[in-house]
Write a protein that binds this ligand. Sequence first.
Ligand code: ZN
Length: 389
Amino acid sequence: MTVCLTGLRIWDGDEYVDADALTIDGGRIGAIGDAAELAQNAQTIHCAGATLIPGLMDAHVHLELNPEHSAAPTGTSDDAYERMAERALGMVRAGITTARDLGGGAWHELRLRDDIARGARVGPRLICAGQPITCVGGHCHFWGGEAATLTEAKAVLHRQLDHDVDLIKVMATGGRMTRGSDPRKPQFSTDTLREIVATAHAHQRPVAAHCHGTPGIEAAALAGVDTIEHCSWVGEAGWASDYQAPIAELILERGIWVSPTVNRGWQRMLDSATGTVLGRVRSAYRKMLDLGIPFVASTDAGIPGVFHADLPHALVVFARIAELSNASALRCATSDAARALGIEGKTGRLRPGLAADLLLLDGDPLTDLAAVTRPVGVWARGRPVILPN
Ligand SMILES: [Zn+2]
């Protein structure tokens, strides 16, 4: 049965559309147009002037991590899959209809991805990396992806392919969550990263690289990764203290996306009296954006204090830190996100034939971005998750 949503204001991922109705046919968007025409022979849901936008995407989450735990995980529990399924349900109820999982240790997220895809569970479309490749004792080594040599790195990579991952994640620098790991320092040589990227690409898998320190950002850019996670420009003087224009030019030339993992807790940066770090981070983002480097919205959900369903709140903070227009911020989480993740042929915009990944909002996010935090309706691949009253 065709479902017709009427009484809509529609923003399609790029712009407002001159239409007030959209039909859902199975899992896909059927048509966008006039309610008078489309509502015939359809089950009608009147949406009373609410705004319909594409479902949101978070390009960096860890379903396996419990954000209430402050320490790195020591192993997975028996109920890990169920906990992850609960987190996924919370995400889709918040309007997040696609999420890219950038690391776990036990591949539970891959089972969840497949269960959601076949309709056995309700959650976002998942794109999963499995175990990240890291150096011995390196960032997130506890997930099992340690490699001392290129040969070992390729073995880790092939183990992920055996588990049918969608992409490869590599830790190009250290991180904060892992004791003994230094965010400033690179974990692999440029040549090793290049080989990892070439191997992943030969298997049609993109590569996401975790990069805090500037030398690691440079190595990842030279190696031709597909997305740079965090891109923190960490130097001797701290976060965002070592932005280097030639490396940013390289990121642009290579067509690499930046996934800045801004979570809602970054509000404290906006509230800080001194604003020192805010000034540096804002300046680095502005320079990259002015250059034309594309950004994708992401939160690193699962790390301590960063909850899985928080992307809508994080998007508001990200827009303020990066001084983005509401439309630009929304594109980072919808149409641009789909391009960054290589799924623009499936979702990310409201177009006939694309997946019916829909978020209905109380208010207009183009004038008040915080409206994204007030979902009144959500459909994931046509399946109703929240229905308007
Ligand atoms: Zn992460």
